[in-house]
Structure formats: structure tokens, C-alpha cells
Design a protein around this ligand. Structure first.
Ligand code: TRP
Length: 353
């Protein structure tokens, strides 16, 4: 069986380092591993409209921003199809068929949907489109017969596997049950905001963006939330819940200590010193800044190049979208045949030669 990746992001803003450690970094690794036969990376504009339907301009303008972030982070159009969700009508069609397979109660119980609804406090009740977005997400994944879906923790648990099982049991083996791939370390799973709040979010102003310049990143790092009880350098400090250390957990790689802080062998040694007392926040922040700049500089530089070639980037999206639609069309032919709604292809039904 082919190994196929499908994943994506809502285009409601530029991507930040939470997206990077939560999913983007992993996608690039998987892409470059050569282990996958097909890769589809989706800019989920239709899903973004489910809670931004009054702000189409915001969604429209962020498509190119997300595309620039993808390309700068290392997604390579020669290996990955970057595409725009709304341009693939098969996804909407499949969503409609899946709606028969999911109960209202099942959606209401879904913890991701619950959390997302709470987050948004819709004034006039919950729009049906938003309520059903997990169904459309199942369509996104299965239309490509994806085997692997690398996402951040907030995308779990969804209902695609249930839908696949139900569809196959009613209509016959047609769809592929995907594997959800979460980040492998806790810190990357849910990177907090620079203020220590649970989530990076544009409205809280606590994000470090992939497109931030060097000085902006440095300032954000130097003003990050640490341990409020760690007042003097000599005080013992807490590492748990200390945002600077959480970021280090998510970002530090072999070689970073050699390059930037050779007095310590590894992160455990640094943490021990901080816990004992005698290690100041500024020193740890400077180290984090060096690590982040090292990861972000190549991304930033590639972004500058792509920003000069916007028509080329739209061309990449157009080509990716064409490839994605061709793939989804094949699946939908199979789905319609399984569901017995392929009337005009059925010679027996029509009775003509
Ligand atoms: N929900 C994702 C986000 O908020 C975007 C998305 C839409 C997605 N459909 C998907 C992710 C299918 C993975 C698989 O960014």
C-alpha cells in the first residue's frame, strides 16, 4: 500500500514556532525521509471560513502567508503538493456523504469540538458549518487515502477513523484508516505562549512567528515568562512551567551546547544548575535566543527570497491544487461506486450496450 501524508493549517495568520515544533518540522523531516509516495499539504481556507465567515479578506490574504511559511520552512514543491482546500469540490461532496455516518450527539461529545467551541464563544449560537468541521476534516484526510497525518495535539482526537470503519462496513472496503502522528516530545506537543499562557495565539500577542526578524525574536525571548519565584541569581529556580525551559525542551538539538554554551554538556545539566540556584534567567534566555536564531535564520532567509516571487508561489499552489484534485477525483469515483450512486457508469442499470 502507498504511504501518503495529508495535513494542513487554517490560514488565519502567519505560522508561529508552535506550528513549527507541533507539526511543520516533522512534515519536513518526513518529506525528506523519502519514505512517502505522495504528500499533500493543505491550506484549509474552507475550514478557516467556518469561524471567520465574516472575514473573507483575512482568510484570503493569509493563504499566501501560510504558503510562504511552508516553503521557507523547507516544504519542497517537487516533493509535496501544496494546495488550497476550497478549490477541490470533491472534499465538499465527500463531507456531505459522511454527514450520514455521524450523529449530532457524537459531535457534541467530541472533546476537540467542545474545546474549540468554548474558545470561540459564538454570539448567535454555533454555526452548523463550524460544528461539523471534524466531518470535513475526515473528508480531507480520506479523500487522499492518507495513511499518515502529522498534526499537533489540539487536532486529536478526531473522528476520521470511526467514519472510515463505518463507511467500509456499510458500503464495502473503500477508504483507508489513517494513522495520526503527534509530536514525540511533550514540550513540542503544546508549546506555551511567551507569556507562559497555555497556547500561542495571535489575539494574546504571545507568539514568535517564523517570519519575525532577528531583533523581534530576541526581544520576545528576553521578555519571556520564567519562574516568578526566581528573583535573584542565587535563588533556586523551577524548571517545570518555566517557559524558557519548555522552549529549550522543544528546540535544543545535539550540538547546541557545544556551539553556544559549552560549560554545560546537555539540557539536564543546565536544568540541575537552575534548580540548585546560581544560574540567572538572562543567561538561559541568551542561550535560547541563540538556539532559536540558528533554527529560524535559514527559514527567514528563504522567506525573503520567496517574497520576491509571489506569482511563482501562486503557481506552486495552482499546480499542487491540480495534483490534489486529480487524486481526490479518483477516490470520489470509488466512493460513488461503493455508495451505488454512479448511475451513468452502470451499464447494467441503464440496460444499453
Ligand atoms: N484543523 C487544522 C488546523 O486548524 C487544519 C486541517 C483541516 C487539517 N483539515 C485537516 C489538519 C486535515 C490535518 C488533517 O490547522
Amino acid at each position: 500500500m502507498s504511504k501518503i501524508i495529508l495535513t494542513g493549517d487554517r490560514p488565519t495568520g502567519r505560522l508561529h514556532i508552535g506550528h513549527y515544533v507541533g507539526s511543520l518540522r516533522r512534515r519536513v523531516e518526513l518529506q525528506n525521509s523519502g519514505d512517502f509516495d505522495e504528500i499533500y499539504i493543505m491550506i484549509a481556507d474552507a475550514q478557516a471560513l467556518t469561524d471567520n465567515f465574516k472575514h473573507p479578506e483575512k482568510v484570503r490574504s493569509n493563504i499566501i502567508q501560510v504558503a510562504l511559511d511552508y516553503l521557507s520552512a523547507g516544504l519542497d514543491p517537487a516533493k509535496s503538493n501544496l494546495f488550497i482546500q476550497s478549490q477541490i469540490p470533491e472534499l465538499t461532496e465527500l463531507t456531505f456523504y459522511y454527514m450520514n455516518l455521524v450523529t449530532v450527539a457524537r459531535l457534541q461529545r467530541n472533546p476537540t469540538v467542545k474545546a474549540e467551541i468554548q474558545l470561540r464563544s459564538f454570539e448567535n449560537g454555533i454555526p452548523v458549518g463550524f460544528f461539523t468541521y471534524p466531518i470535513s476534516q475526515a473528508a480531507d484526510i480520506t479523500a487522499f487515502k492518507a495513511t499518515t497525518v502529522p498534526v499537533g495535539e489540539d487536532q486529536e482526537p478526531m473522528i476520521e477513523r470511526e467514519i472510515v470503519r463505518k463507511f467500509n462496513s456499510i458500503y464495502g472496503e473503500t477508504l483507508v484508516e489513517p494513522e495520526i502522528l503527534l509530536p514525540d516530545n511533550e514540550a513540542s506537543m503544546r508549546l506555551p505562549g511567551t507569556d507562559g499562557k497555555a497556547k500561542m495565539s495571535k489575539s494574546l500577542g504571545n507568539c514568535i512567528y517564523l517570519s519575525d526578524d532577528e531583533e523581534t525574536v530576541r526581544k520576545k525571548v528576553m521578555s519571556m515568562f520564567t519562574d516568578p519565584g526566581h528573583l535573584q541569581v542565587s535563588d533556586p529556580g523551577k524548571v517545570e512551567g518555566n517557559t524558557v525551559f519548555t522552549y529549550l525542551d522543544a528546540f535544543v538539538e545535539d550540538g547546541d551546547f557545544d556551539n553556544f554554551l559549552p560549560e554545560y554538556k546537555n539540557l539536564d545539566e543546565l536544568k540541575d544548575h537552575y534548580r540548585r540556584g546560581g544560574l540567572g534567567d538572562v543567561k538561559v534566555k541568551k542561550f535560547l535566543n541563540n538556539v532559536l536564531q540558528e533554527r529560524l535564520t535559514p527559514i527567514r532567509e528563504r522567506r525573503k527570497e520567496y517574497e520576491k516571487q509571489i506569482p511563482y508561489v501562486y503557481d506552486i499552489l495552482r499546480q499542487g491544487t491540480e495534483a490534489a484534485e486529480a487524486k481526490a477525483a479518483v477516490t470520489l469515483d470509488e466512493v460513488r461506486a461503493s455508495m451505488k450512486i454512479n448511475y451513468f457508469d452502470d451499464k447494467e442499470l441503464i440496460g444499453a450496450e
